[in-house]
Ligand binder design. Structure first.
Ligand code: FMN
Length: 375
């Protein structure tokens, strides 16, 4: 079976801590906020952002596969760009950054998906990556007229889906695929992925089944970092890596963070409070929580209040709020805890990225977790 080339796995550089941007294909990104400068998510802004990130040495862009907005005052993530076509456009316009497509296995026929991804991979000359998702949002599936499977069966299905896709990407030609979910005859898929290796694959399942799926199939796995204990984060990372090694595999472990970086700690804290506390889109937050069956009726009040705050402040990602020294030290700590990388989000990616790149990346290079040039 094809493996990703070493260069792909390293995302074509030697940065010890990979840094990516998460969620820019969606309106409002990952900040459930009403502030007027919230992220548009439109194409011109995505294109400018991708070029800026590519030039500045950011390692990857990770989009969200979202089909239906969450409503609320802002219709949070109501406008989203489909991720494989989004990635294709951006790969054509960049030179070195890895760009993922986030693909719902139950919604894409594997023969079509395999070819779409190969096309994106050729456009990017090997820089396309796949985030496999099985879905969780009932309303999205209803919109497609597709029944959501029971939780365990979702990953059983995804296994067949990815097995079919990796076979299509391999040297096999004119083969049949007969499984529990697919019965496909005379499969032919040409061209193959760029350069004789396959795209990087990632998954972010939080259940034991989702984690086992990632460990079996993927090169990268996203976990939730502890908000309170670095030791706990380190333990989660080494736990995943130990399980992977038991299965004879290596896996990169990543997390997601929400960065507010300003010249002073006070400025950062003030902006954080202004954007995602005072001006949070609470009606959207409540809608998201309801979809996940989190309400005062289903969980203890204290947990509900905590979840409500955490979802407003970056949908559960780790908040990193402070001046460049503080932000860099937090990121270096995550690297030292064993994480391979982090997908960060910003309230307005274009306005905030230059300061982050100018101030935080060189500090990380001096701390030994990034290459000096940032490229
Ligand atoms: C970094 C990250 C990215 C994700 N991207 C998406 C996405 O784009 N679309 C989606 O429906 N789910 C997404 N998810 C949800 C996961 O794929 C997964 O369904 C969720 O964590 C629940 O885990 P489980 O499937 O193991 O129960 C993402 C989660 C994380 C942490």
């Amino acid at each position: 079976m094809l493996a990703p080339a070493r260069d792909r796995y390293a995302m074509y550089n030697a940065n010890k801590l990979k840094i990516g941007l998460f969620g820019s294909n969606c309106s409002s990104g990952r900040a459930v906020t009403k502030v007027p400068e919230r992220w548009s998510g439109n194409w011109p802004d995505n294109l400018r952002l991708a070029r800026m990130a590519d030039e500045a040495g950011i390692d990857f862009l990770l989009p969200i596969g979202r089909w239906k907005g969450y409503g609320g005052d802002t219709d949070y993530q109501g406008e989203t760009l489909e991720t494989i076509t989004w990635a294709s456009g951006l790969l054509a316009s960049t030179r070195r950054i890895t760009i993922f497509g986030t693909v719902h296995a139950p919604l894409f026929n594997p023969v079509i998906a395999a070819k779409e991804m190969v096309t994106a991979d050729h456009i990017g000359e090997g820089r396309f990556g796949l985030n496999i998702v099985v879905g969780w949002n009932e309303g999205e599936f209803e919109m497609f007229g597709v029944a959501q499977r029971e939780h365990e069966a979702r990953y059983d299905y995804a296994q067949e889906w990815i097995d079919a896709i990796t076979l299509i990407w391999s040297d096999r030609e004119d083969f049949d695929f007969q499984g529990k979910y697919f019965n496909m005859k005379g499969i032919r898929g040409k061209p193959k992925p760029y350069g004789g290796s396959r795209p990087l694959m990632m998954n972010a399942g939080s259940s034991p089944t989702g984690q086992a799926f990632a460990i079996r199939n993927c090169d990268a796995f996203f976990i939730q970092a502890s908000r309170t204990s670095l030791a706990e984060t380190a333990q989660r990372v080494s736990g995943v890596q130990a399980l992977a090694r038991q299965g004879g595999r290596e896996i990169g472990v990543y997390t997601v963070g929400v960065v507010t970086c300003r010249a002073t700690r006070k400025e950062a804290e003030d902006y954080y409070h202004y954007s995602v506390v005072e001006h949070a889109d609470w009606s959207a937050v409540d809608g998201i929580l309801a979809l996940k069956d989190i309400s005062p009726q289903t969980v203890p009040m204290e947990e509900y209040v905590t979840k409500r705050r955490q979802y407003a402040q970056g949908m559960g990602g780790l908040p990193i709020v402070g001046d460049p020294d503080f932000v860099a030290s937090q990121l270096a700590d995550l690297s030292n805890a064993g994480l391979t990388g982090i997908g960060i989000s910003l309230v307005n990616y274009i306005e905030e990225l230059p300061f982050f790149c100018q101030e935080v990346l060189p500090r990380l290079a001096r701390m030994g977790v990034r290459e000096a040039s940032g490229a």
